[in-house]
Design a protein around this ligand. Structure first.
Ligand SMILES: *[C@@H]1O[C@H](CO)[C@@H](O)[C@H](O)[C@H]1NC(C)=O
Ligand SMILES: *[C@@H]1O[C@H](CO)[C@@H](O)[C@H](O)[C@H]1NC(C)=O
Ligand SMILES: *[C@@H]1O[C@H](CO)[C@@H](O)[C@H](O)[C@H]1NC(C)=O
Length: 260
């Protein structure tokens, strides 16, 4: 009796970490979790769609949860849970990199590029040696529940792209997953009127008009947020295939190889 209560409590504790606000569609499932007697985890074990890395990744291990560097914006608590879609279990020890632009559309490390103009060709981008800013970038290792938490802000936007956050997952030194997280349009509309984000000369690209969102099933990695303009919270489970190296990476910028 006592033992079964204990098991139930333990199961509930584990299960609690698998109740995300955003669940990817069951239909993109790569396996049937009931095969492993883990059907309770089924919703957490679909393969998340991959996306492009884009030109602004900096492969640097800036380990931290709060990535704001004190910059302005509407606070956002972002939980990301990584699960192995092939065995229906959380993945601990995976490195989860996130990066996104600031409230005005600038990426740290690349602030010489105007967010109001078309970005240079992917391959042409290099870290500007004089730009040592690293706001809105960080990496953390997933805990035993497969989770990392970031304290950041609701991102702004830049020319040609919908509002998004980049995510890249490494296991044992290999990039296993490259993705982008999107935001609901009704919130994007409210955010662009907040003072820190307002009065841009560039029009915001809507999710439905964003070529990457359209090509890479952006609707499946669109976040659901709780909160208001004083601050939001969100969580998303990304099911990945830990044995499948991502083919979505661009040639990665490493600060040591950067040239002026
Ligand atoms: C997957 O989608 C199809 C068509 O929409 C539906 O018939 C089927 O029940 C779905 N499968 C699951 C497991 O939800
Ligand atoms: C993050 O750090 C900044 C200072 O860099 C601080 O102002 C802010 O309150 C911190 N956010 C959280 C949620 O701790
Ligand atoms: C690996 O992932 C890619 C998507 O990035 C997918 O197209 C491919 O089918 C996957 N390969 C396997 C063996 O799962």
């Amino acid at each position: 009796m006592f033992k079964s209560i204990l098991i139930f409590i333990l199961f509930s504790l584990v299960n609690a970490h698998f109740r995300p606000e955003r669940q990817l569609d069951y239909n993109s499932t790569v396996i049937d979790c009931s095969r492993f007697k883990r059907s309770a985890f089924q919703h957490a074990c679909v393969l998340a769609p991959e996306s492009m890395e884009g030109p602004y990744f900096i492969h640097e291990d800036l380990v931290r949860s709060n990535i704001t560097d004190g910059k302005p914006g509407v606070p956002l608590t972002l939980d990301i849970v990584i699960t192995a879609a092939d065995v229906c279990l959380p993945i601990s020890g995976a490195k989860v990199y996130v990066w996104h632009c600031d409230n005005r559309g600038y990426y740290s490390g690349f602030t010489q590029y105007s967010p109001d103009k078309k970005a240079p060709d992917d391959r042409g981008l290099e870290v500007y040696i004089g730009d040592e800013k690293r706001f809105f970038r960080g990496v953390q290792t997933t805990d035993e529940h497969g989770k990392v938490r970031y304290q950041t802000i609701y991102p702004g936007y830049y020319y040609g792209r919908a509002v998004h956050i980049h995510v890249e997952v490494y296991i044992g030194g290999n990039a296993i997953y490259v993705g982008q997280l999107y935001f609901p349009e009704n919130l994007n509309e409210k955010i662009e009127k907040v003072e820190a984000y307002a009065n841009r000369i560039t029009k915001r690209t809507l999710n439905k008009d964003d070529h990457i969102y359209k090509a890479k099933s952006g609707e499946l990695t669109t976040l659901e947020l709780d909160g208001n303009l004083k601050g939001f919270k969100t969580s998303i489970v990304l099911g990945i295939d830990p044995s499948n190296r991502s083919t979505a990476k661009a040639s990665t910028v490493t600060p040591t190889s950067a040239t002026v």
